[in-house]
Design a protein around this ligand. Structure first.
Ligand SMILES: Cc1cc2nc3c(=O)[nH]c(=O)nc-3n(C[C@H](O)[C@H](O)[C@H](O)COP(=O)(O)O)c2cc1C
Length: 184
């Protein structure tokens, strides 16, 4: 059985989450276990403390609610990351977790997380599609560039102001399904 971790960067149950979960549901249909994390709901969560403890320990040494996410990512076959675009960037919630991925790089900056994982990226926005594309490319570069994982697909979708815009958009839901079918 495979496992899938979904990291949700929106503070609301909206479009990026709907698309991410539509992707995840395809993995679930194949028998994958799904663990989703809404970063905004974590009670005790910190960004990277720049302690460089990970460079000695081989993993992030900060102990908080993000630790379980990082452990689950190491064990996962699939990773789905999703965020809205806020002022041209991923949300603060997503970025807080992303910086903690520093622990996936060893002292020599070689990844200490297995690369045999499939990754899907979701960025939704209002009208700032260029910023959303750039943000998605940056998120892809973390997984595909630093960690040498396979990014199986990205969804970058504008016009997503109302929280239910994505679930009412058959085309984007079909796109999500197609990407989900590429997951393990
Ligand atoms: C604080 C804030 C900043 C935003 N900044 C942008 C932006 O720079 N460009 C844009 O196109 N949309 C922007 N939006 C709109 C969201 O990106 C858009 O509604 C997104 O689909 C929300 O995702 P969600 O439904 O998953 O929460 C912003 C929304 C908020 C609340």
């Amino acid at each position: 059985m495979t496992s899938t971790v979904v990291i949700l960067g929106s503070p609301r149950k909206g479009n990026s989450e709907a698309i991410a979960m539509a992707i995840a549901n395809e993995a679930k249909a194949k028998g994958s276990t799904i663990k989703e994390y809404r970063i905004n709901s974590l009670k005790n969560a910190k960004g990277c403390q720049s302690c460089y403890g990970c460079k000695k320990a081989g993993k992030c040494v900060v102990k908080d609610d993000i630790s379980a996410i990082l452990d689950d990512m190491r064990a996962a076959d699939n990773i789905i990351v999703a965020t809205p675009l806020y002022f041209g960037h991923a949300t603060a919630q997503y970025r807080m977790v992303e910086d903690r991925f520093f622990g996936f790089l060893g002292g020599d900056f070689v990844p200490n997380i297995a690369s045999n994982k499939k990754v899907a990226v979701v960025v939704t926005c209002g009208s700032g599609i260029d910023g959303a594309r750039k943000t998605a490319a940056e998120m892809e570069a973390v997984f595909g560039g630093f960690f040498k994982m396979e990014v199986v697909g990205s969804i970058v979708k504008g016009g997503m102001m109302a929280p239910n815009a994505a679930e009412n958009d058959a085309a984007v839901m079909a796109e999500a399904k197609a990407i989900g079918q590429k997951l393990a």
